[in-house]
Write a protein that binds this ligand. Structure first.
Ligand code: DC
Length: 231
């Protein structure tokens, strides 16, 4: 980008785990023809890479030191054809595993780890625009985003959606256990000292607890039109 040129626009979509940010950000990126950043995947990959290197995940500096060397590539635009390549190897399944979310949430409390991933996230801001999915997209990583959306839903509603997804995939899971996991991760993400999960002052909060996916997308489409954002 040359001096004086406006940086590509960003739409920041933040919210707790399992709230549907993936669905919303994929839809937005497809509607607009923009790039998409899955910042949670970066935290997940870093946790896995550090562990694979034998690093103690409580040693924040050592975890952060693993970040610069990571060769990460995201392939595919839909959840079905998504592939996450790390050093050319397909890590998709392990990155998406429930337990990896817990590891990511653990390392994400450390300032050194967050600092190590900051510029990497900003590097995704390329023309014609970026849809950024995470916890602190609107507050820390892209505070100048053109539109900030904070998706909310009760922990019970999110656990139930996850339970349905797993049941459809033939996986037996306990709704009570899923709800406890969702609450534990929420607690850690919302209460951490640095970049805690919270809506930016200028974010639009969309509570999807009682909404169907197409109703959520209709609401987001309405917000896009209000901001005159289009492809
Ligand atoms: O969105 P996700 O479930 O893939 O994220 C996994 C964890 O990574 C989440 O529990 C907290 C952390 N995270 C974060 O701290 N900041 C982000 N921008 C994205 C994820």
């Amino acid at each position: 980008m040359s001096a004086g040129q406006a940086p590509p626009p960003v739409i920041a979509v933040d919210g707790p785990s399992g709230v549907g940010k993936g669905m919303v950000t994929r839809w937005l990126a497809q509607q607009l023809g923009w790039h998409r950043l899955d910042s949670g995947a970066l935290y997940r990959i870093l946790a896995l890479a550090a562990r694979a290197a034998g690093v103690n995940l409580d040693d924040a500096d050592a975890v952060a030191a693993c970040a610069p060397g990571l060769d990460i590539r995201f392939v595919g635009a839909t959840e079905a054809d998504e592939a996450i390549l790390v050093g050319g190897q397909d890590w998709t399944r392990v990155v998406r595993a429930e337990t990896t979310g817990g590891l990511a949430s653990r390392i994400a409390t450390a300032p050194a780890v967050r600092a190590a991933l900051l510029q990497r996230q900003r590097d995704f801001r390329l023309p014609p625009g970026l849809v950024a999915d995470g916890r602190d997209m609107g507050t820390v990583v892209f505070p100048d985003a053109a539109l900030k959306i904070f998706l909310e839903a009760s922990a019970e509603a999110r656990a139930e959606r996850r339970w349905r997804q797993l049941s459809q995939a033939g996986v037996n899971a306990s709704l009570i256990d899923l709800c406890a996991e969702v609450r534990a991760r929420d607690d850690r993400d919302r209460k951490r000292a640095i970049a805690p999960l919270a809506p930016a002052a200028d974010a639009v909060v969309v509570d999807s607890t009682h909404m169907k996916p197409d109703e959520v997308l209709a609401e987001i489409g309405h917000l896009l039109r209000q901001k005159s954002l289009s492809a």
